[in-house]
Design a protein around this ligand. Structure first.
Ligand code: DX5
Ligand code: ZN
Length: 220
């Protein structure tokens, strides 16, 4: 039996029923709740902020896996930590203060993550690997749920794994974007162990539990 973690992205949840949707995902056995924060600058879309994280924190005891797709993430670390984020992942791109930001996240007892866009090579994160618990390899261009998986990113997952081995680092490799029962096994084989899914869980035609089950079954 393969050990994988599923992080369900509420971006595709029905927000008029957010509490129930999170509870349903938790009952279906997801491991983390993924919160996609977008500011309309770093990515074209605008979504949610610390206020939503605070409400998620009241609904579930699962780890809140917060993915920041915002400019100047360093200005918002304390707000997300105070709101109850368990993990805070920031992008390597356009982030001159990333080293300090990751240290700051750790100092607040939140797990730091680093994120790579599809166009960024694995080597870009080499010097921050000792600072992080999570390496998130984007398998779509960030900004929206429901996009198509980019298969050419898969070799980069193996590159990240190689860098981790060479540094004797224990960070987990996470993938995000277009993850389905077809694409999950491809990324698993390359070294990913944490899988973010919005559409495949919250928009599964047979419901949330069926979506979770299909993803889990895909690697067994
Ligand atoms: C995209 C977000 C993803 C998104 C995934 O920018 O980071 O977390 O919600 O959505 P799906 O699983 O539908 O590709
Ligand atoms: Zn995300």
């Amino acid at each position: 039996m393969s050990t994988i973690l599923l992080s369900s992205s509420i971006l595709s949840a029905d927000f008029s029923q957010l509490g129930n949707q999170i509870r349903e995902a938790e009952e279906a056995g997801v491991d983390w709740i993924h919160v996609d924060v977008m500011d309309g600058h770093f990515v074209p879309n605008i979504t949610m902020g610390p206020f939503i994280v605070e409400h998620c924190r009241k609904i579930t005891s699962l780890p809140l896996d917060v993915h920041l797709m915002i400019e100047k993430p360093e200005n918002h670390i304390e707000a997300f930590s105070n709101a109850g984020a368990s993990h805070l992942s920031v992008h390597i791109e356009n982030n001159p203060n990333v080293y300090r930001t990751l240290e700051h996240i750790r100092s607040l007892s939140v797990k730091p993550g680093i994120v790579l866009n599809p166009g960024t090579p694995a080597a870009a994160i080499s010097s921050v690997i000792p600072l992080v618990d999570i390496i998130l390899v984007m398998t779509v261009n960030p900004g929206f749920s429901g996009q198509k998986f980019i298969p050419s990113v898969v070799p980069k997952i193996s590159d990240v794994r190689e860098i981790l081995i060479s540094q004797h680092a224990k960070a987990m490799i996470q993938v995000d974007g277009g993850i389905t029962e077809q694409t999950l096994p491809l990324t698993y084989k390359a070294g990913a162990r944490v899988f973010v899914a919005a559409t495949a869980i919250f928009k599964h035609p047979q419901g949330i539990a069926a979506g979770v089950q299909m993803l889990r079954k895909s690697v067994n």
